[in-house]
Design a protein around this ligand. Structure first.
Ligand code: 26Y
Length: 825
């Protein structure tokens, strides 16, 4: 390979030669003969060459400076494509684009060849990716630890309006950025039983026996910091069968065991569970959790011990952040290693563990809480279960002491209760920090969901409002606006988003307004082209782009949005002359494969789209578009093109939301409820620059505590709503099967459904939503004022950088040391 250290002084000729050389050595081809995919690989390897130098240098420097390190433990990392992002962070994007142009290659087409690494579902996984970007950019030593799923989030195809899940074979062409590190392989043990032996020192030795094991092999992906030469590591674990015994020595039992072990290795990392916010209690998922956690914790301890001699001070150099409860077995695994491998006493091990582990809660939805049946948990992880039992026993003793005779407290707070292991309780009891992800969310945790724990250990609780990386979601995703921002306030915003507030003085400047609206228009043209190409629907970039993109979930209320569109359509049909500003409603959403109402909502959106888009009588005033396969790469274009950001979850249900922040950063106005981080968005930008409607979280919680409300009252008294609901069951949008949407109708009105009627208050919030939508239209007609609000949204988005979030984690929880690389010659 051609050598050159840093891209900082980018050498165009060298880079071009490197691409040509790579095409030759990888594929025995000239550039002219190479396929687009081969060119992508060649470019990626040329860039990797540069990254690896910085990577080695960073790790060498870490070894020298020995800073405290955070291990961000997460089942999900929704990274998105690496090439463009790496170029951005190397500050080489434009240079590389030019060099490729010299070679007759369009960088956009090259980027488009990269599969979108989708090792995550939605918000939680994408947050992890933004955090890694910020950690590297701010010079903190960090590892992301996760699973190298063979198949990531499924690809979504829409056929006949229905979602079809297609396997995402993201590794089919190989991943040029990853490095296999077999020298760091670990053994992970499942099942069997625990025996106790007394050793020569009189100590109890706990030994897991009769187990099956899997070999965990790490693959490292570089995480490039912006413009600082730092490269951190995302370490994702693959599974391989452990080397087996000699073939001759197989007796029947060995053979059986060997086959089982091989199957275990094959299955364990096969696929990401596509459930978002919904716990299913699958055995394989618990295996996945322990698999990557055991490997990661083993490696963290070994790495520490390579440089230090006292394991009792582990927490001074290492902290584990648990991304929701999914990695919570890390607590017991660390206890196990400290006691069984390093012979610490329980109290010593507990002192270390409780200063090492910290827990982030991402949801208050009951159905997302992980509770493993004891039978399953103890069978799969016998030693871990013993440790959890002991943690529970000691905790219950503490509760009894603090609340004598209060059995109810124990019932509510125990880690093991009712035949289940409650992972959130384990994480809270055994960690030193518990945080929510937006102010409102943390308040609800403290006052409602986790109230007993907050009462007992208030010092652990804190809020860390989420953030997003402006490097991907503005600099890379919206180059026109990024340049415009830089032209007005300089480029410091790239690493200090608070600087973007300098835009405020341009909000009322007519020239700035026009430039801004023009950029928005160009981004809408870009998206319209994408939609035409991918959906075959023509949309007018002069219409209002009203966008709801996120996972499909009932609490997120895509159903409210589409019911309102049905209502608007009825209004227009009734009165074709009515004033109506043309609107394009854009949806993007994946539904969990087994989530019936979510999948049916996708069908409804597409069915309404079919009717509305093809009804000449409304003169194209409403268009409805469902963007297939919403993912990080097309999200960047969607945010850039949005006028209106739909953030309409039932108040109290959306822990934070992060899409809301990406829209704001790109100058869309929020149409939303007072939920999650919307509250803080409005606080920053001002009520007058957003459209807020609907029940408050207090009101929702009050209704819930007093048995809900009766949606039938609304149905009976409101003819507009009644009409829309009847259209779900009279064939207006499914003439071939009038019963098709009956389950959605039932979910709202509770005719023979099992759960409460309209659990998510869709009918209750319908009219306030419609009214807010009228305010949107009126506001959009006043173009100058809209531009002002949009610019203010961009200008007030500073708080929502993940750089700010990470600095708060560092200051309040992790206490990491900042690393600065010495200048290299
Ligand atoms: C238990 C398992 C099936 C499960 C899997 C995935 C449970 C939850 C999840 C994912 C949760 C998630 O993505 N939560 C979102 O986290 C974001 C980042 O904090 C928040 O912005 C968002 O409001 C929240 O829904």
């Amino acid at each position: 390979m051609l050598k050159k250290t840093v891209l900082q002084k980018f050498d165009k000729e060298l880079f071009k030669n490197s691409v040509i050389y790579n095409v030759k050595t990888l594929y025995r081809k000239t550039l002219e003969e190479a396929t687009q995919q081969q060119i992508f690989q060649a470019v990626a390897y040329a860039i990797k060459d540069v990254i690896v130098d910085n990577w080695m240098n960073t790790q060498k420097e870490y070894a020298k400076q020995d800073p405290k390190t955070v291990y961000y433990l997460s089942m999900e990392f929704l990274m998105g494509r690496a090439l463009g992002n790496n170029l951005i962070n190397l500050q080489a994007y434009n240079d590389v684009a030019e060099a490729l142009e010299d070679l007759g290659i369009d960088i956009n087409l090259v980027e488009d060849q990269e599969p979108d690494p989708a090792l995550g579902n939605g918000g939680l996984g994408r947050l992890a990716a933004c955090f890694l970007d910020s950690l590297a950019t701010m010079g903190y030593s960090a590892y992301g630890c996760g699973i190298r799923y063979r198949y990531g989030m499924f690809k979504q195809e829409i056929r006949d309006g229905y979602q079809i899940e297609v396997p995402d074979n993201w590794l089919a062409d190989g991943n040029p950025f990853e490095l296999r590190r077999p020298e760091y392989a670990k053994e992970v043990k499942f099942g069997g039983y625990v025996n106790v032996y007394v050793d020569e020192n009189g100590r109890n030795n706990f030994k897991q026996e009769g187990y099956q094991s899997v070999k965990a092999i790490p693959y490292d992906m570089p995480i490039v910091g912006y413009g600082n030469g730092i490269v951190n590591t995302l370490r994702i674990w693959d599974a391989e069968p452990v080397e087996c015994f000699q073939l001759e020595s197989f007796d029947k039992g060995d053979y059986q065991k060997a086959v089982e072990q091989e199957n275990l290795a094959r299955n364990i990392v096969e696929v990401l569970y596509p459930n978002d916010n919904h716990y299913a209690g699958k055995e394989l998922r618990l295996k996945q959790q322990y698999f990557f956690i055991s490997a990661s914790v083993q490696e963290a301890v070994e790495k520490y011990m390579r440089k230090h001699d006292d394991i009792r001070k582990f927490h001074e150099k290492v902290t584990f952040q648990l991304n929701d409860t999914h990695p919570t077995v890390a607590i017991a695994e660390l206890m196990r290693i400290l006691m069984d491998d390093y012979y610490l006493t329980w109290d010593e091990a507990w002192a270390v563990t409780t200063k090492t582990c910290a827990y982030t809660n991402h949801t208050i939805m009951a159905e997302a809480l992980e509770k493993w049946p004891i039978e399953l948990f103890s069978r799969l992880l016998p030693r871990i279960y013993q440790i959890v039992e002991e943690i529970n026993r000691r905790f219950i003793a503490q509760v009894s002491q603090q609340y004598p005779g209060d059995q109810n407290k124990i019932a509510k707070m125990a880690i093991i209760y009712d035949g289940q292991v409650k992972m959130a309780h384990l994480a809270i009891v055994s960690g030193y920090s518990v945080n929510g992800v937006a102010r409102l969310h943390t308040e609800i945790l403290e006052k409602q969901e986790l109230r007993d724990f907050y009462e007992m250990m208030p010092e652990k609780f804190n809020n860390k409002t989420n953030g997003i990386t402006q490097r991907r979601f503005l600099l890379h995703g919206n180059p026109l606006l990024a340049q415009w921002v830089t032209d007005h306030v300089g480029n410091d915003w790239i690493t200090d988003l608070s600087k973007i507030s300098g835009l405020k003085i341009y909000a009322e400047d007519e020239k700035a307004q026009q430039e801004f609206m023009n950029i928005k228009y160009q981004n809408k043209v870009r998206l319209a082209r994408y939609i035409l190409e991918h959906n075959g629907v023509e949309v007018d970039p002069r219409s209002i782009f009203d966008v709801q993109v996120k996972r499909l979930h009932e609490y997120k209320r895509q159903l409210l949005n589409i019911l309102h569109i049905m209502y608007l359509y009825n209004e227009l049909k009734n009165n074709p002359q009515m004033e109506f500003y043309p609107r394009t409603f854009i949806f993007g959403a994946k539904a969990a494969a087994g989530y019936r109402n979510a999948k049916l909502t996708i069908k409804l959106i597409n069915a309404v789209a079919d009717v509305v888009n093809n009804d000449p009588s409304i003169g194209g005033k409403i268009k409805v578009v469902f963007i297939e396969d919403y993912k990080v790469s097309n999200a960047e274009w969607i945010f850039a093109a949005a006028d209106v950001s739909e953030q309409i979850s039932t108040a109290s249900k959306e822990a934070s939301g992060t899409g809301n922040m990406k829209f704001m950063l790109n100058g869309a106005l929020t149409l939303g409820t007072m939920d999650g981080a919307n509250v803080e968005i409005v606080e920053e930008v001002g009520m007058e620059n957003a459209f807020i409607f609907g029940l408050s979280s207090d009101e929702v919680i009050r209704f819930e505590n007093y048995g809900g409300y009766n949606p039938m009252d609304i149905f009976n008294n409101d003819p507009d709503i009644r009409r829309v609901l009847m259209q779900l069951i009279n064939g207006t949008f499914a003439p071939y099967d009038t019963e098709l949407f009956r389950p959605l109708y039932n979910s709202l009105l509770n005719t023979q459904s099992t759960s409460k009627a309209d659990m998510y208050f869709i009918l209750k919030d319908f009219k306030p939503y419609a009214e807010a939508q009228r305010r949107v239209e009126a506001a959009y007609r006043d173009e100058a004022n809209w531009a002002k609000s949009a610019i203010l949204n961009v200008a007030c988005s500073g708080k929502f950088s993940s750089d700010r979030t990470i600095q708060e984690y560092v200051d309040d929880i992790w206490h990491l040391d900042k690393v600065v690389l010495p200048k290299r010659g």
